[in-house]
Design a protein around this ligand. Structure first.
Ligand code: AMP
Length: 398
């Protein structure tokens, strides 16, 4: 159970006629004015629907890309406003600015159940600087504050952090509430057995989360580049595979403390280089000097799959190899399908990290076949590392 106040914790009467500021994550890919993938927009709809239904005046705000404080038309949220019109089937007010007299008037003139979308918050560098005056201006537009942008909660920006203190009611939307429910359970009381699968590029990026996961999990399967550093720490030859030399002492210590929990690859799909990544062969255990590991091999897939069962909890972060290339996607896709199967069999499955949705898509696994797909890559790892996220800490306690 989350300890943060959610939008459903407030009586309906509190919303009627009130201006509600909702920070969402509409950071969608846009090319030539067209949105190529609108998952993040759809995801925010339940929170917006809920507020409309309660008679609130809804002021939605988001960032898009990294315009670095400049008003760059290619980063405008206008296409998102148009998509919102279609989804909500109402005319969404898009003033094309973040804060001005025009925006204030538009906010004050909203009727109950109407929606307005501000322009890209990051057109002002004051947003990422968490500028005090900017935060106060944003806060002056509304009566109630809702955050539903989990992916930016690890950043103390004006819209995720600075403005919150001006409100009595600082609420979590449905996206954040669900993240807190699932990630909170991983941190505090996961259903056991608790299996963790870790891969991806760098230990350094996930060190705090890894420390906690190794401590709390019953079993930890390690693939991706992360595995080569662990294998190197064990003295296994890994050829030219990407190893984080500076992390070897830590990996040695982890192997000593958690030897009974950690499972490493026993074979690898190797090639000569990324540039010339013809699949050379599958090798057992040791990788020849002039070759690099780009995926876990079939024996490892089979061993890892034998641990992914239909009970307890399965948490997966990071691909098992260079999955963006067909030749090296088998390990990641096999694991994705096993995790989906574990959901069907009754396990609580959680997948997190920036690449996870594309890895699932590549394996033709539906998002609905995973109990919870965490949307915030960095944010979910910081959360699992036990860090207090600024955007969560400012929300009202229950
Ligand atoms: P992360 O963001 O740490 O989860 O890392 C994801 C990236 O790690 C993906 O782009 C993968 O292609 C890459 N990756 C995983 N395993 C390997 C590998 N064996 N060789 C090269 N890149 C890898």
């Amino acid at each position: 159970m989350s300890t943060k106040l959610s939008i459903t914790d407030l009586p309906d009467s509190e919303y009627k006629g009130k201006r509600v500021f909702v920070r969402v994550d509409f950071n969608v890919p846009i090319k030539d004015g067209n949105i190529s993938e609108d998952y993040r927009i759809r995801q925010a709809i339940p929170t917006i629907d809920y507020l409309i239904e309660k008679g609130a005046k809804v002021i939605v705000a988001s960032h898009l890309g990294r315009p670095k404080g400049r008003n760059i038309p290619g980063f405008s949220l206008k296409p998102v406003a148009e998509r919102l019109n279609e989804i909500l089937d109402i005319e969404v007010n898009f003033p094309g600015e973040v804060f001005s007299d025009k925006v204030r008037n538009a906010a004050n003139n909203l009727n109950e159940g109407e929606v307005m979308l501000l322009e890209n918050l990051r057109f002002h560098k004051e947003e990422t600087d968490n500028d005090e005056e900017f935060a106060e201006n944003l806060a002056s537009l509304a009566d109630i504050y809702v955050n539903d942008a989990f992916g930016t909660c690890h950043r103390a920006h004006a819209s995720t952090y600075g403005m919150a203190k001006y409100f009595d009611k600082r609420l979590a939307g449905f996206v954040i509430s669900k993240e807190l429910e699932f990630l909170g359970a991983l941190l505090q009381n996961p259903d056991r057995p608790y299996l963790v699968i870790v891969g991806g590029a760098k230990i350094k990026d996930k060190i705090n989360a890894l420390k906690n996961l190794l401590e709390t999990a019953d079993k930890v399967l390690i693939g991706g580049c992360v595995a080569y550093t662990f294998l190197a720490a064990k003295g296994v030859k890994v050829g030219k595979s990407l190893v984080e030399k500076e992390m070897i002492p830590w990996a040695k210590e982890a192997l000593k403390n958690y030897s009974d929990k950690i499972e490493l690859p026993i074979d690898h799909v190797v090639a000569d280089s990324v540039e010339n990544s013809r699949v050379m062969m599958v090798v057992d255990r040791e990788i020849p000097e002039d070759l690099m590991g780009f995926d876990i091999g079939p024996k490892t897939v089979s061993n890892f799959n034998s641990h992914i069962k239909g009970n307890g909890t399965v948490f997966w972060n990071g691909p098992m190899g260079l999955f963006e290339m067909n030749d090296f996607s088998n390990g990641t896709s096999s694991i994705a399908r096993s995790v989906a199967l574990a959901t069907w069999r009754g396990a609580t499955t959680v997948v997190g990290g920036g690449d996870s949705t594309s890895a699932l898509r590549r394996a033709e696994v539906l998002i609905s076949e995973i109990k919870h797909v965490s949307t915030g890559g960095g944010a979910s790892l910081e959360f699992l590392g036990g860090d207090e996220l600024p955007g969560i800490s400012v929300l009202s306690d229950k």
